[in-house]
Write a protein that binds this ligand. Sequence first.
Ligand code: NAD
Ligand code: TYD
Length: 359
Amino acid sequence: MPCHLVTGGSGFIGSCYVLEARRRGVRVVNLDRLTYAGNPANLAPLQGDSGYTFVRGDIGNAELVNWLLQSHQPDAIVNFAAESHVDRSIVDPEAFVRTNVLGTATLLRVVAQWWGALPAEQAQAFRFLHVSTDEVYGSLQPGDPAFTETTPYSPNSPYSASKAASDHLVRAFHETYGLPVLLTNCSNNYGPRQFPEKLIPLMICNALDRKPLPVYGKGANIRDWLHVEDHCAAIARVLEAGNVGRCYNIGGHAEKTNLEVVQAVCGILDNLAPSVAGPYAGLVSFVADRPGHDFRYAIDSTRIETELGWKPAHNFESGLQDTVRWYLENTAWTENVRSGAYREWIAVNYAQRGPGGGN
Ligand code: NAD
Ligand code: TYD
């Protein structure tokens, strides 16, 4: 049975990947520091599963990583572990450098040392897949061609700069040490178990609490949305058939303005959980913009579609409907993650924003 060492497997995307890998019969070791974003409840279905091992720890802990490699001899590492929220990176950039840059550097060094001593056949079959983002390419204007794998990096936030640095390190470990790496750069994910600091779950939770729905600026910024299950299927496909040393862009063919996304969430809630206080869209509140806010991201995923035959299976409208339904049916999960620390973050991020440049 193949074994994957998954880092950050208790977060939003990592947990989806771990659950899917277990369904495919892959043995999984999950190394996760359990920051505010890591939630053991995401993997509750794996309780008592002998093919799943959880280890609480940091990707920057060389001794621990080395011990995990020696004792589990993974066939692949899938590196999800990261600080992932742009707004938090504006408040505390160094936390992003610590995990995304230094943590990834340590992980790569320890993995490269272990890998270099493997028997030839095992070394040849091994893969290190680094999960990255389209945000490393910077910002597009309407009408600009979508990002391809050869678009020059031009990160604008501390988050995207730290992810860009980690991507460069991964590439450098391939060139310098021959480590068999794969890189994926994906657009905005949505789906069940996303921490409610991100746009879609934040809007669902606030709407249900009849709190304002804080849209940055005019809500005109554009993101491409991909269902988390499609992202995880793409990662599995890249691991299976991707060319070593190659990058793959992953996108959902679903570019939307933020206001369109928020209005779509409101419309679904109006149907599934109508409020006597009136339509949820009445709660939309335009607030001060994010500094350095990238205007538009768009992905050209021709490479993964033509070379590896992957395509997204979900469409945004039904995927969003299912996502909203998941949050309505899992209010205990949401209550649990919206702890004191969450409320503190919401106060830090939104209290100072005040009214913005909207209508
Ligand atoms: P998340 O914030 O939900 O989860 C991150 C996980 O990593 C958490 O479980 C956290 O506890 C863990 N972690 C953080 N620092 C760690 C450390 N030092 N050592 C070990 N574990 C640590 O993030 P996500 O949305 O699931 O994103 C996963 C990956 O995908 C990230 O690398 C992110 O940059 C990338 N990505 C995310 C999106 C998106 O839309 N969410 C899009 C493209 C790429
Ligand atoms: P987010 O979910 O933080 O993802 P990212 O910044 O990585 O794209 O934000 C998605 C978009 O939604 C982004 O353009 C910022 C905007 N946004 C708001 O308008 N209001 C909010 O409260 C949040 C969290 C995001």
